[in-house]
Design a protein around this ligand. Structure first.
Ligand SMILES: [Zn+2]
Length: 199
């Protein structure tokens, strides 16, 4: 059976490389959780990275040329703190992956149609990004945050070309095929994304 590694997902920006020492701690069949991390990278075929989401975007980055994979949990805190850029940087620093070779996808998650945020988040976004208005949708007195565009922009800033970034545009809040914290509350389930390099 292959190995499954998850990150604890603490709304931070730590990205951890899954190496042999970490893999060796895994019991067959049971996922190992890396504490205090929100992103994982690996170049080990057969080591599956898994992340869970109930509205938070999951960002998957793959370097087909270098044979490396990264997966990050990018809720609003992680997005504002730049976890997508750190994921790309971690692939480069660990495996020599070139950003222009990478492809990425931003999984179904809270969309700009539904993801209303308060003044605190708007202020933090304005502080973080001079171009924050690009990622905010103002509509009927509400302010919605476009986490998809914000993460895609970070991936582009990190060196990925726009045509290599795929955003399915499926909103977990209004598309009931997905689990949503906003729609269901604390009892929500989670959607999972698992990715692995084939041996
Ligand atoms: Zn929606």
């Amino acid at each position: 059976m292959g190995r499954v590694i998850t990150a604890q997902q603490v709304h931070g920006t730590d990205v951890v490389a899954v190496d042999d020492a970490l893999s060796a701690t895994v019991t067959d069949g049971n996922p190992t959780c890396v504490p205090n991390a929100d992103g994982l990278v690996t170049n080990r075929p057969g080591t599956a990275l898994m992340a869970l989401s109930a509205d938070c975007p999951l960002v998957l980055v793959y370097d087909p040329a270098g044979g490396a994979l990264g997966l990050a949990h990018a809720g609003w805190r992680g997005t504002l703190a730049g976890i997508a850029e750190r994921l790309v940087a971690c692939l480069t620093s660990n495996y020599g992956s070139a950003a222009e070779q990478m492809v990425a996808t931003i999984c179904p998650s809270a969309g700009p149609c539904c993801y209303e945020v308060g003044a605190e988040v708007v202020d933090m976004a304005a502080e973080r990004w001079p171009e924050a208005e690009r990622f905010l949708v103002r509509c009927d007195g509400r302010i919605l945050l476009d986490l998809w565009s914000a993460n895609a922009a970070q991936l582009q800033m990190a060196g990925l070309s726009p045509e290599r970034i795929e955003t399915p545009g499926l909103c977990s809040i209004c598309d009931h095929r997905f689990h949503s914290y906003r729609r269901t509350g604390a009892t929500t389930g989670h959607s999972g994304l698992m990715a692995a390099l084939t041996p």
